[in-house]
Design a protein around this ligand. Sequence first.
Ligand SMILES: Nc1nc2c(ncn2[C@@H]2O[C@H](COP(=O)(O)OP(=O)(O)OP(=O)(O)O)[C@@H](O)[C@H]2O)c(=O)[nH]1
Length: 313
Amino acid sequence: MRLSKTFLPAVQSHRISLFYNILNNIAEGVFIVNDEGVIEMINPLGVTFFGAPAESLLGQKWFYFLTSQYYEQYQDIFANWKNNQNQPLSHGPKEVVINRIDGTLVEADLSLSFLPTSMTGITPLFIGVLHNLSQHKAQYRELRKQAYTDQLTGLPNRYDLEQKLGECWNQCINNHQPLSLILIDVDYFKTFNDQYGHLNGDKCLQKIARVLQDCLPSNDSLAARYGGEEFVLILPHCPVQGAELVARHIQKAICALKFTDMQLDAHLSISVSQGIACNQGGQYRTPEALIFAADTALYRAKADGRNRINLGL
Ligand SMILES: Nc1nc2c(ncn2[C@@H]2O[C@H](COP(=O)(O)OP(=O)(O)OP(=O)(O)O)[C@@H](O)[C@H]2O)c(=O)[nH]1
């Protein structure tokens, strides 16, 4: 800011240098812009948000450094404000993403405060206070990922499955597309655990998860752990014949699994039972009804002797 201390009384001059010291040492990024959005002052922490030397930031419009979505927002906000200056232009913390000079992105909370000419004496000014959110956001993303992921297999968990199924359901209904679901249950898994131990049982579930992932027919299909030794495949845009082919593929791949890397007998093999249901033309009213139909089909596959594929009605 262009303030001269030369003719100011000593007390006032002291206050101004105190103010500068506070601003330069405060643990938030602070910048001051004029009514065009041009940066007039920026503190050292503020500079780190933009990733360029203070000298090159002064004189530039601050919102040029925002990613496109926020850039347009603030460009509009400033333009609207210029057209109707009676509107106060202040807000509390709002999320923005800053595109630093080196191309890296910084997620931050921005609070904007308006200082009218009656306070500044020259021209209205705005104070921007930036609080770095990048670390919190990274932690949040990690926790969110964990909340949606089955820890043992790395597949989406049941919670994620229910969300995704709801989304696929709506999308397929709206586009008049079929939606198939395969419910898969490992056969005699209690015996596997009893004979080879729970840890080997865990490794076996991990192998099964990898097979299911590899058998997915398209990028929009999804394998999830439904719970215990049960898994689900969601196959959007897939008619029942396609789902049956996928199930046969899974059946073959599971039966071919080897456990010699776990120091188990080379002849040991496992199998799964599968129930298929497909919503093609509105047979089912809800995603829950589709799961129920696949579950009933799975129950019959088990009852018919296991290592079977059964189609729901
Ligand atoms: N190792 C391991 N075992 C699990 C896990 N979750 C569930 N199980 C086991 O899976 C077994 C399921 O047993 P049951 O429901 O009797 O079914 P099953 O023995 O597979 O028999 P069928 O399904 O009728 O063919 C139980 O022994 C559970 O302890 C897990 O995360 N790890």
